[in-house]
Ligand binder design. Structure first.
Ligand SMILES: [Zn+2]
Length: 218
């Protein structure tokens, strides 16, 4: 949001300079056009829109991947830098429930995780960082909520079985996508809080979707 104001501010400054020149020109024939002022404001206005365009492109890409994963149209919003500065929440993404208790078809992914997803998309996906593995899983986890799951343990366990499919949709090879899912399951999941875990979580247990892409599949 901040960059939108910055872009609008420079655009407005260019317009004000141009307007002032028009007024001065009416009273004085020789008023010189403030070319440097107007053009530098225009350049700064355009430059300030780059992060906005980048974020919209990333959100479109992530929305498409999440929609493909769960088979319904959903929207992913990336938290802005300004939003992250005032954010006290510890969660890495969230989906709101409506008054009827049904999760909305939109999610907000935190600023750092969106940056990690962006870096992952720009990479070969062969050797993701720990932060990138986590960010892919966060999108997968929030996608499970958007598909209607309100339980954290169910969302977490189902998400682990969808991590490989999401990584593949984001461009990973089948082997790299499977490796990412295995890495989350083996290194991050064991450290999760109790409410993200369930006795029904385990290969062959109640929450096992028996998907071929599950991290415990060979
Ligand atoms: Zn959750």
């Amino acid at each position: 949001m901040l960059m939108q104001y910055v872009a609008a501010g420079f655009g407005l400054a260019a317009l004000v300079l141009f307007g002032r020149w028009c007024l001065v020109r009416q009273s004085r024939d020789q008023a010189s056009f403030p070319a440097i002022g107007v053009s530098s404001c225009m350049v700064l206005a355009v430059a300030a829109t780059f992060p906005i365009v980048d974020r919209a492109t990333l959100e479109g890409r992530l929305s498409h991947a999440a929609s493909t994963l769960i088979g319904i149209h959903v929207h992913v919003t990336c938290q802005t830098l300004t939003g992250s500065a005032v954010d006290m929440g510890r969660e890495l993404g969230y989906v709101k429930w409506g008054a009827d208790g049904v999760p909305e078809h939109k999610t907000l992914i935190k600023h750092d995780q969106c940056n990690d997803l962006s870096a992952y998309l720009d990479s070969s996906k062969e050797r993701p960082t720990a932060a990138q593995v986590l960010a892919v899983h966060v999108l997968s986890h929030e996608s499970m909520h958007m598909s209607g799951t309100t339980s954290e343990a169910v969302a977490e366990w189902h998400a682990m079985q969808h991590d490989a499919a999401l990584a593949a949709d984001l461009g990973a090879s089948p082997a790299a996508a499977h490796a990412l899912a295995v890495r989350y399951w083996q290194t991050v999941y064991p450290e999760m809080q109790d409410n993200y875990r369930s006795n029904d979580c385990g290969p062959g247990a109640g929450l096992d979707l028996h998907l071929p892409a599950a991290p415990w599949s060979p």
